[in-house]
Design a protein. Structure first.
Length: 254
């Protein structure tokens, strides 16, 4: 009985050692191997073997990681306080550097990005912050990528998610936008009035001749007389008859 227990114990120890030698990594994982505390290699995906109790494997995810940079209040170059948050996308290119050169690369990337956002936004005026968001994000990326590259981390992109302005600044911008809309409306109205005045001037010039004026009078009389139930008394100018006769005569000659 004692022999069987000893045999079972030895078998379990051997099995445990065999299991400890096997390391299986997924496609998106890499294994940083430390032999007696010193970096000795990087394992790829699939089945790997290590020396138990001598080698340690630290698993690193090499997929693109998304980290949100906490919202912070930043004073722009023209002394306007804004609340800004951002998102950084990065991936580990060199797992051995990410493990041996920085304690926590995820936290470090977020902190470096936060500092870079504060630096870039603080050196630009509000108009540039609002209108050139992509350009500023690229400037932030270059700053962060320069520092994190030493840790084996590659910054894929940085997006400025939200820019929140003070309440009084929002009101001022809304008022400015409303004033701009009113200005455009007045310009459009003025253009219409100018066109109308030109048309009226042209019409007045055409009607300034006696014949044209009398012809218009005839048209008006014809329109009024269309309703037989109405009795209308019209005072005709003294030269109206002669002008009408000339017009009629001119039409007959034609």
């Amino acid at each position: 009985m004692a022999f069987e227990n000893l045999f079972l114990g030895i078998l379990l120890v051997i099995l445990g050692i065999v299991v400890a030698t096997v390391v299986i990594l997924n496609q998106w994982q890499r294994g940083v191997v430390l032999t007696l505390g010193k970096y000795s290699g990087t394992l790829g995906p699939g089945l790997n073997f290590v020396i138990p109790f001598v080698q340690q494997v630290i698993t690193v995810d090499v997929r693109i990681v998304t980290t949100e940079v906490p919202k912070q209040e930043i004073m722009t170059k023209d002394n306007v306080p804004v609340l800004i948050n951002a998102v950084v996308y990065f991936k580990v290119e060199k797992p051995e550097d990410a493990i041996t050169k920085i304690e926590n690369y995820n936290f470090a990337v977020a902190q470096f990005t936060q500092a870079a956002v504060r630096d870039v936004i603080g050196n630009n005026e509000l108009d540039a912050v609002l209108m050139q968001r992509d350009k500023l994000a690229d400037a932030i990326k270059q700053i962060v990528d320069k520092d994190t590259g030493e840790w084996g981390v590659d910054i894929q992109s940085i997006n400025i998610q939200e820019i929140e302005l003070p309440t009084d600044m929002k009101r001022a911008m809304a008022k400015q936008a409303e004033s701009e809309r009113e200005r455009r409306a007045r310009v459009t109205l003025s253009a219409g009035e100018l066109e109308a005045s030109k048309n009226l001037a042209a019409a007045a010039e055409r009607l300034s001749t006696s014949g044209a004026l009398h012809l218009r009078t005839l048209q008006t009389i014809s329109e009024i007389a269309a309703d037989p139930s109405e009795k209308i008394i019209i005072i005709v100018p003294t030269d109206f008859a002669s002008t009408a006769a000339q017009l009629v005569g001119g039409k007959k000659k034609d």
